[in-house]
Write a protein that binds this ligand. Structure first.
Ligand code: SAM
Length: 292
């Protein structure tokens, strides 16, 4: 029976045994608090029916618990130095497959097809913070079947994902995440729950994937370009940010006409628009006057 790693003593013992050195470039902050680990797994709603994809198992602290809660666990770890350690800490976990690879470069669709027979998976992770956004957006945009993504992220990033129009945290990330999923912040986690301690606060957020997007924009790609352009210059009016954006080719008159049709003031800022309003704007522009 392998010892429970969710405490400072066992984590330090494993690290010392293998002479492991933490790699800052891989965002390695290992969890050492059993309560937080239990909270993440409860928030993820993992059951014995589920296949879980864990990103960055580290020394296997959360993987051990996931192995007990789920039917199967697929864990992808970039750091080759952790693979022999996982071999030992997960020796009793017959339902775990560890893959040494970069989650951003892996053929995820192929992997999940092979390992999970294409059934929807739950993603659970204490994410490396330096690539939080590319990982989450990559998971959604890849179109692989996913039920929920429950992850530890930097607290400010969790707040941005959950923010609504008018809030200072509201931005392109809020809209992108909320197009694909319903966000819920399940817990705030202080730095002393990790080794080494990160110099930012953390939060556990669950993203429950929508069966279909809450808005039906005819051209979602254009909608996201409008969103990005609006928030690139968030202190400017919507009209000016969109007319000046190099990635768009609408005239001020075309944008003005669409804004007026929506019943909005010409001085409105993009940061006050909801996802539904961005979808409407994108439909008006693409139907009437969108020039390639
Ligand atoms: N799950 C462990 C825990 O909670 O103690 C470790 C979490 S640590 C914040 C992030 C983990 O992700 C590290 O093990 C790191 O090596 C791994 N990692 C970093 N970048 C990665 C990538 N691109 N693909 C897969 N794993 C990565």
């Amino acid at each position: 029976m392998q010892p429970d790693l969710g405490n400072p003593k066992q984590t330090i013992a494993v690290i010392q045994k293998y002479g492991f050195s933490f790699q800052k470039r891989y965002g390695q902050n290992f969890l050492i608090d059993g309560h937080v680990l239990d909270k993440i797994i409860a928030a993820a709603g993992v059951t014995k029916e589920d296949v879980v994809l864990e990103i960055g198992p580290g020394i296997g602290t959360m993987t051990q618990r996931l192995s007990q809660a789920a039917a199967r666990v697929i864990a992808v770890e970039i750091d080759a130095a952790l693979i022999p350690i996982l071999g030992e800490t997960l020796a009793d976990c017959g339902n775990v497959t560890v893959i040494n690879g970069d989650i951003l470069k892996l053929d995820l669709r192929g992997l999940l097809e092979r390992e999970a027979g294409g059934r929807p998976v739950r993603v659970v992770a204490n994410l490396p913070y330096y690539i939080t956004t590319p990982i989450i957006m990559g998971l959604f945009e890849s179109g692989v079947p996913i039920n929920t993504i429950t992850v530890m992220v930097q607290k400010e990033v969790a707040e941005r994902m959950q923010a609504g129009p008018g809030s200072k945290d509201y931005g392109a990330l809020s809209l992108a995440v909320q197009y694909y999923a319903e966000p819920y912040i399940a817990a705030n986690v202080p730095p002393n729950c990790f080794i080494p301690r990160p110099n930012v606060g953390s939060a556990v957020i669950r993203l429950t994937r929508h069966e279909k997007p809450p808005v039906a924009a005819a051209d979602p790609e254009l909608m996201f370009r409008l969103i990005r352009a609006s928030f690139n210059q968030r202190r400017k009016t919507l009209l000016n940010s969109l007319a000046n954006a190099s990635e768009l080719s609408f005239s001020k008159e075309e944008i003005g006409a669409a804004v007026e049709k929506m019943g909005l003031s010409p001085s409105v800022r993009g940061e006050t628009l909801s996802l539904a309003q961005f979808a409407q704007l994108s439909d008006l522009l693409s139907m009437n006057c969108y020039k390639k």
